[in-house]
Design a protein around this ligand. Structure first.
Ligand SMILES: [Zn+2]
Length: 475
């Protein structure tokens, strides 16, 4: 090589380096700045193809997912000052608790091992009559919200009293909720008449409608505690405002028998006859559908929430969930209030739903681990009529997601991600929780609630509740 040739090669090398630097520069400039990146780990998307992405990444902006894909691709295209490292962990959609009465955590363990009628009339209704105030509801809601965040629940569907205060606590905690103010035909803590109840709901809905986390709803308690006239008024209110209707239907055999005797129809057939059912209704339980009830629910687009642990504990029966799934009804999963469960733990509920139906039908193939996980995520979203917004990790959906530790003893070794999530993962394995793009728990530390204060406030209610029932001790 002569000196001219080597000089030429030298210049060429310098030019190439400059060119590649310039290319890298453009790449960096092209990377779009977003609010949050979750990088590494296995993403269980629950999208239509049920894609599972190893070493994945998620970009989040303005509360929504802007991209999901392989980590390298996401890192190339997006940049953010806020990053969550999920390497060697699992990223899943946030869990959806389709039925709760969240402040009832304060009655957790107050009365157990009873049937629904005795439990309700001898213990729960009197305890509620003597204790439920706005302050009680706030303290209970904070305890329930902390428990739900810790356990990876990002959306819950509630029915209780003073729901406006529950909405306030829920928004402050950064959790998503469909929150239904109870309408019931006897005087309750916040409203003494139906007129008062309807006025409360009107104000409540006006206050929260359009909020990015809170979906206000009307919650006529059940067809056996609310008259036909008031059920129709609730439906008319929902038609006028577009809000969901949260209710209980066919929880016990007795409810169904009484309905047949008094109205000549099952609760579902009766509600259909009076024009109550539509695709804004979310019905908890449905343990005892009769005749063509399931066909009616499907035709009307009603969402059904199955509460296996509560139904087991109160011996209400076993809802025909495999049949509902086979007929493609909108079915989700819930805990019900903690007084009949006794927690708000969706991991237990997934484990229970898979096992309960196996033992009940004698067929270990009904409700697979994947189906159980669907019930707590994408199917739960469908049952709440929110599948366009939540339930899976897809571009355009709300950024509600979990980073789950997979290094705990109960998860090792790992063969199948759905099996691991449903049969082995515990609520305490949830490490980081993101709702609407906001990190509400990071590395098991709650960021929106003061855990010590939440516990102390809740404990202070215990003695008050015991005294109110004329007892001197908890026993
Ligand atoms: Zn309930």
């Amino acid at each position: 090589m002569n000196p001219y040739q080597s000089a030429f090669i030298g210049v060429l090398l310098i030019l190439m380096t400059m060119l590649s630097n310039a290319t890298a520069q453009t790449h960096r400039q092209r990377a779009e700045s977003v609010d949050l990146l979750v990088l590494g780990g296995t993403i269980v998307t629950m999208d239509q193809q049920r894609r599972i992405i190893d070493d994945g990444g998620i970009a989040v902006s303005k509360g929504r997912i802007v991209a999901v894909g392989p980590r390298a691709e996401i890192e190339r295209a997006y940049t953010s000052r806020l990053r969550v490292n999920a390497t060697a962990k699992v990223i899943t959609p946030g869990l959806i608790n389709g039925h709760t009465h969240v402040p009832m955590v304060l009655f957790r363990g107050l009365a157990d091992d009873l049937d629904l009628q005795e439990w309700l009339t001898k213990y729960i209704f009197p305890a509620e009559a003597k204790n439920v105030t706005e302050e009680f509801v706030r303290v209970g809601a904070r305890l329930g919200l902390a428990e739900m965040i810790r356990g990876g629940t990002t959306t819950f569907c509630d029915m209780y009293y003073f729901e406006d205060a529950i909405a306030d606590e829920t928004a402050k905690a950064g959790v998503r909720g469909i929150l239904g103010e109870t309408i019931i035909d006897f005087p309750v803590a916040d409203n003494k008449t139906n007129a008062e109840g309807m006025a409360y709901v009107e104000k409540f809905v006006n206050h929260w409608k359009g909020h990015e986390l809170i979906i206000p709803a009307i919650a006529p308690h059940a067809p056996y505690t609310v008259s036909e006239e008031h059920l129709k008024a609730a439906r008319a209110f929902s038609d006028r405002t577009g809000v969901p209707i949260v209710t209980h239907i066919s929880e016990t055999k007795r409810e169904v028998d009484d309905s047949v005797k008094a109205k000549g129809a099952s609760p579902v057939a009766y509600l259909d006859r009076i024009g109550f059912l539509n695709d804004r209704v979310i019905a908890a339980h449905m343990v005892w559908p009769q005749g063509s009830d399931l066909a009616i629910l499907k035709r009307r687009g009603v969402g059904v929430i199955h509460n296996p642990q509560s139904n087991m504990k109160l011996a209400a029966g076993v809802a025909p969930v495999p049949k509902m799934l086979a007929e493609n009804l909108l079915v989700g999963l819930g805990t019900d209030g903690a007084a009949s469960n006794n927690d708000l733990n969706m991991w237990e509920e997934m484990d229970t739903v898979a096992k309960l139906h196996k033992v009940f039908t004698g067929d270990p193939k009904v409700i697979s681990a994947q189906q159980a996980f669907e019930l707590a995520t994408i199917r739960g979203a469908q049952a709440l009529h929110l599948e366009k917004e939540i339930g899976s990790l897809e571009t355009g959906k709300r950024a509600d997601l979990l980073v789950v530790d997979r290094d705990t003893l109960n998860q090792i070794p790992l063969y199948n991600v759905y099996s691991d999530l449903v049969y082995a993962t515990k609520a305490a394995d949830v490490e980081t929780v993101i709702i609407n793009g906001r990190v509400v728990m990071r590395n098991r530390r709650l960021l929106t609630l003061n855990e010590r204060a939440v516990k102390n406030d809740a404990r202070a209610y215990r003695d008050k509740i015991i005294k109110s029932l004329g007892r001197s001790t908890a026993q």
